[in-house]
Design a protein around this ligand. Structure first.
Ligand code: GDP
Length: 163
């Protein structure tokens, strides 16, 4: 009998309040929370701060054990990118060194209000070895792609029966 092992990966959402973390979680939820990604056999446990980012001392408890982090900013807010950068710094200093980090420039549907250029964010992401995508929780653009790409980067479950 072939036993399929599943990777269950804790994934934390970080970012300034209002950047769209809860919205991204619910947009992706239909596809990822209630079922696994069959081709990859990965199930994400998505942790959303639910406003607790205000209590910064709680943060290490929140991201402990995470395999992936999505750091969200809002493309219409330069302040939200600054906040995202400080999360990246914190995770680089204190997080799991194998943590897969993605930067999500959310609210990409609000192009006419854009304050952060794609080029600036992409350059920052490249310097910091982050996977980068612009997303919209509203239109669902790039949301599945973001989580699929993270799933592909996860270390594969080592099965003793593999091969
Ligand atoms: P959180 O505090 O980071 O969890 O942010 P929320 O998910 O609560 O979103 C804050 C506000 O931004 C809400 O009014 C959302 O409807 C809105 N929002 C979130 N994502 C998007 C998006 O991609 N596009 C647009 N236009 N609005 C969004």
């Amino acid at each position: 009998m072939e036993v399929q092992q599943q990777t269950v990966a804790k994934l934390v959402l970080l970012g300034e309040m209002g950047s769209g973390k809860s919205s991204l979680a619910s947009t992706v939820g239909a596809a990822f929370l209630t079922k696994t990604i069959p081709e990859l056999n990965v199930k994400f446990e998505i942790w959303d701060t639910a406003g607790q980012e205000r209590y910064h001392s709680l943060a290490p408890m929140y991201y402990r054990g995470a395999m992936a982090a999505v750091i969200v900013y809002d493309i219409t807010s330069t302040e939200s990118l600054t906040r995202a950068k400080s999360w990246v710094k914190e995770l680089q200093r204190q997080g799991n060194p194998n943590l897969i980090m993605a930067l999500a420039g959310n609210k990409a549907d609000l192009e006419e209000q854009r304050a952060v250029s794609s080029e600036e964010a992409a350059a920052y992401a490249a310097e910091n070895n982050l996977f980068f995508l612009e997303t919209s929780a509203k239109t669902a653009a790039n949301v599945s792609e973001l989580f699929m790409d993270i799933a592909r980067k996860l270390p594969r479950v080592q099965s003793s029966a593999a091969g």
